[in-house]
Ligand binder design. Structure first.
Ligand SMILES: [Zn+2]
Length: 130
């Protein structure tokens, strides 16, 4: 499977002249900055229309022009770009799974509390026996 190439485009004007706020490290060996991480700030669009305004961007497949969304792996690290509808479907399924897991954990906790309560009742009954 070929790796999907993406680009970021301004939602306001469509330009891909987008600047992200990020931090860098200085690499003394190569005598250049190395990108470290992007900040959470909105990016800036440098087009003549937007002239450095903060903008929202959309992720676009370079080959097909399809609009994409990012999907994180369960560990929150692995990043994948999928068509928006697919990404939303994956997020919807994950959300349902999380809700089911919460419900299962709640049911297990309730069963454990009931077991303890039953054991306490039996112990009291045992103590009360002549
Ligand atoms: Zn723009």
């Amino acid at each position: 499977m070929s790796v999907r190439k993406i680009n970021f485009c301004c939602k306001t004007c469509g330009s891909d002249d987008i600047v992200f706020d990020s931090s860098s490290d200085w690499n003394a060996e190569t005598q250049s900055y190395e990108h470290r991480d992007c900040y959470d700030h909105p990016p800036i669009c440098n087009s003549d229309d937007c002239m450095g305004e903060e903008v929202q961007v959309e992720i676009v497949d370079i080959a097909t022009g399809e609009k994409l969304d990012s999907v994180y792996g369960h560990n929150g690290v692995a990043l994948q770009y999928l068509p928006i509808a697919e990404a939303k479907e994956i997020e919807r399924i994950r959300s349902e799974q999380r809700a089911a897991e919460r419900e299962q954990a709640r049911a297990q906790e309730q069963a454990a509390r009931l077991a303890i309560s039953n054991a306490e009742t039996l112990a009291l009954g045992y103590e009360a026996m002549p």
